[in-house]
Design a binder for this molecule. Structure first.
Ligand SMILES: Cc1cc2nc3c(=O)[nH]c(=O)nc-3n(C[C@H](O)[C@H](O)[C@H](O)COP(=O)(O)OP(=O)(O)OC[C@H]3O[C@@H](n4cnc5c(N)ncnc54)[C@H](O)[C@@H]3O)c2cc1C
Length: 285
C-alpha cells in the first residue's frame, strides 16, 4: 500500500474532519476505522449548527461522503498499535505495518469497564492486539476475549502460530476454526501475581499465559505506548499536539464536551497542526 502523509485513526466526526482538512492542505491521508461511529446510533441530532432533525446515521453519511469527495482514503480495519520510529510512525493495521509521517488519533472514548487484573498485568500477559504481541506467546495457552469484529481473525492468527486458543464470547463466531476451544461468557477477572496465570469466566478458572482483550476500541495509552493521559483522556496542548511529536488527538478522546461540534472543530485543529508539522519536516529534509 502507498505511504500516506498522515494516518487518521477513527472515522467518526473528528477523524473525518481531520481528514478533510488535511486534504485541503494538500496532504495525502488514510483513515482507518474499526467499527460503527457512535453518532450512527443517535436517533436525532438537533445541536449541530445548520443541520437539524437529521439522524446520526444521515449526518455520518454526509461527513463520510464529504471527506471522500476531497480525496481521503477510507479503510476498514483496527489499528493495534502505533510506534514512533526514526521520526516517522509505524501503524499496525490488522497485522499489516503501514508507515506514515504523522498520526491523528480520533478513536472516540472507550466505554469498556476495565477487567480486574487488567491494568496490573498489562504487558505481563495482558494484550490488546494479537498480531502485535502474539509471537511472545507462540506455542502457549492463551485466551481471546472477542468483543470486536476482527477478533475471530486475530484468534486464527494465534492458532496459526501454535497457541492453544480458548475463545471467550457470548456466542461462538461461525468463522472460528473447529479446533479452537470456545467458552460462552465474559472475562470476569485476570489472575496472576507477576504474570497472567488464568482468566475467570462464569466463576471457572481457565489456565492461560496470555489474554487478548479484543475490544472495538482499546485505551489510547495501550494503542500508543508512552502517550500522556490526564483523567482518562489523551493529554494535549491547545493545538491538539500530544506529548509525542507528530502525534495529534481530536474529538471525544481528548475530553469533554463529548459532542459532534467539538469533535469536528478539534478535527480541524489537529489537521492544521499535523499539516504544519509535515510541511516543516519536508522543509528540513
Ligand atoms: C446514542 C448517542 C447519541 C448521541 N447524540 C448526540 C447528539 O445529538 N449531538 C451531539 O453533539 N453528540 C451526540 N452524541 C455524541 C457524539 O456521537 C460524539 O461526541 C462523537 O461521535 C465523537 O466523535 P469522535 O470522532 O471523537 O469519536 P467516534 O464518533 O466515537 O468515532 C471513533 C471511531 O474510531 C474507531 N476506532 C476506535 N479505536 C480504533 C482503532 N484502534 N482502530 C481503528 N478504529 C478505531 C471507532 O470504531 C469509531 O468508529 C451521541 C452519542 C451517542 C452514543
Amino acid at each position: 500500500m502507498e505511504a500516506f502523509d498522515c494516518i487518521v485513526i477513527g472515522a467518526g466526526p473528528a477523524g473525518l474532519s481531520a481528514a478533510l482538512n488535511l486534504r485541503q492542505r494538500g496532504k495525502s491521508v488514510l483513515v482507518v476505522s474499526s467499527g460503527e461511529p457512535l453518532l450512527a446510533r443517535a436517533e436525532r441530532v438537533d445541536n449541530y449548527l445548520g443541520v437539524s432533525g437529521v439522524t446520526g446515521a444521515q449526518l455520518m453519511e454526509r461527513f463520510t461522503a464529504h471527506a471522500r469527495e476531497f480525496g481521503a482514503v477510507l479503510r476498514a480495519g483496527r489499528v493495534g498499535n502505533v510506534m514512533p520510529f526514526n521520526g516517522r510512525f509505524m501503524a499496525n493495521v490488522d497485522g499489516e505495518i503501514l508507515e506514515t509521517g504523522a498520526v491523528v488519533l480520533a478513536c472516540g472514548v472507550s466505554r469498556a469497564r476495565p477487567v480486574p487484573g487488567e491494568a496490573d498485568l498489562l504487558g505481563r500477559g495482558v494484550s490488546y492486539c494479537a498480531t502485535c504481541d502474539g509471537m511472545l506467546y507462540r506455542g502457549r495457552p492463551v485466551a481471546v476475549w472477542g468483543l470486536s469484529d476482527d477478533a475471530p481473525g486475530e484468534a486464527e492468527f494465534l492458532r496459526g502460530i501454535g497457541c492453544a486458543v480458548t475463545y471467550i464470547a457470548e456466542r461462538r463466531p461461525e468463522e472460528l476454526d473447529a479446533s479452537v476451544a470456545f467458552c460462552a461468557g465474559r472475562v470476569e477477572a485476570i489472575l496472576g501475581e507477576t504474570a497472567v496465570r488464568a482468566v475467570r469466566v462464569c466463576g471457572e478458572e481457565i489456565p492461560v499465559e496470555g489474554v487478548f482483550l479484543l475490544r472495538a476500541a482499546a485505551p489510547p495509552d495501550a494503542l500508543v505506548p508512552g502517550l500522556a493521559m490526564r483523567d482518562g483522556f489523551v493529554e494535549t496542548d491547545t493545538m491538539l499536539r500530544t506529548n509525542i511529536p507528530g502525534l495529534f488527538a481530536a474529538g471525544d478522546m481528548t475530553g469533554k464536551p463529548l459532542q459532534v461540534a467539538n469533535a469536528v472543530g478539534e478535527g480541524l485543529i489537529a489537521a492544521l497542526s499535523a499539516a504544519e508539522y509535515l510541511s516543516e519536516r519536508e522543509t528540513q529534509a
